[in-house]
Design a protein around this ligand. Structure first.
Ligand SMILES: Nc1nc2c(ncn2[C@@H]2O[C@H](COP(=O)(O)OP(=O)(O)OP(=O)(O)O)[C@@H](O)[C@H]2O)c(=O)[nH]1
Ligand SMILES: [Mg+2]
Length: 298
């Protein structure tokens, strides 16, 4: 019998911060897979999404979370509950800020960060958009504001310094056995990634309030030898929004389908047939039962 002298490290590394700072871009870069959707609009991420990185002697369970906001309707309250849960089980907290911002959009959450008794890594992101002088000034600013943190400057988009942060995370991980099977990449099922990919295209293609009124549900996901046949519903809150999503003679929704199908083929590494349709689900964002149905509540 061989006794292994190497210790195993494992833990939850939870990424939090204001909307649009680059949390999802970072998680995808750290995991090396596109698990989270990314757009230029705030409030792209609505769920807590796990991304698991496995090696023989460690397992890092990253969590991407929704951007911190003051909730205005029930869906946003659920989104902030995901952020709260990320505070509760973190072994390492990643607080991401972007060049130009000065404070977290929720004072209570900020207090939790500066009073945290677990390690905090503060990442100053998007430094590719900034000058050296400005970056140095911001490092000083954030060191003072979050004195209990390890501060790093990064560009999640250009993957600058991401590897350095990765090694710091491994250093900070506690000794523990793995939490998930070593071949597991995420906690979410295939249909979730279908829904999110479609929602990403909607965020990119439509203006103003439309993307925020949309939820996507995949009704069929049938995998055959050479093709995956998918049927998904795009749900909106009102009749007028249905017309906008479809567009003149279906032109708008056709664009969503084409773009989503391309991404899904890359994600599943298989040919995809995607059938989309639109339904009204009145005020689903404020309806407890609907929020449960879509996985925003237990
Ligand atoms: N220039 C630059 N842009 C970045 C960088 N990282 C992310 N972005 C861009 O910032 C925007 C928001 O990125 P996301 O990763 O979706 O941000 P997020 O924090 O997950 O946003 P929410 O989910 O809405 O809270 C996208 O347009 C990204 O391409 C970076 O290092 N440099
Ligand atoms: Mg995000």
């Amino acid at each position: 019998m061989y006794l292994c002298s190497m210790t195993h490290k494992a833990g939850f590394v939870n990424i939090i911060g204001n909307p649009n700072v680059g949390k999802s871009t970072l998680m995808n870069a750290l995991v090396g897979e596109k698990l989270s959707i990314i757009t230029s609009k705030a409030q792209t991420t609505r769920h807590r999404i796990l991304g698991i990185v496995n090696d023989d002697d460690y397992q890092i369970v990253f969590s991407d979370t929704p951007g911190i906001i003051k909730p205005a309707y029930e869906l946003q309250e659920s989104m902030m509950d995901f952020v709260k849960s990320a505070f509760e089980d973190a072994d390492v907290l990643i607080y991401m800020v972007e060049i130009g911002e000065k404070e977290l959009k929720n004072e209570d959450f900020f207090k939790k960060i500066i009073n945290s008794n677990i390690p905090v890594i503060l990442l100053l992101n998007k430094i590719d958009k900034s000058s050296q002088a400005e970056v140095e000034e911001k490092i000083q600013f954030w060191r003072k504001k979050v004195p209990n943190s390890f501060v790093y400057v990064i560009s999640a988009l250009e993957k600058f310094n991401v590897e350095t942060v990765f090694y710091k995370i491994i250093e900070l991980l506690p000794e523990a056995p793995p939490f998930y099977p070593k071949d597991q990449l995420t906690d979410k099922p295939e249909r979730f990634f279908v829904n999110e990919t479609i929602r990403e295209k909607i965020l990119q293609q439509y203006k103003k309030e439309i993307p925020y009124s949309v939820e996507v549900e995949t009704e069929d996901f049938v995998e055959e030898e050479n093709i995956i046949k998918i049927r998904s519903v795009i749900m909106v809150e009102r009749d007028t929004q249905k017309g906008i999503i479809i567009g003149h003679k279906g032109s708008a929704i056709k664009g969503v389908g084409t773009d989503a199908r391309k991404d899904l083929q890359n994600f599943f590494k298989k040919k995809v047939f995607l059938d989309l349709y639109v339904k009204v689900n009145k005020n689903w964002r404020s309806n407890d039962r609907q929020l449960k149905r879509f996985g925003y509540k237990d």
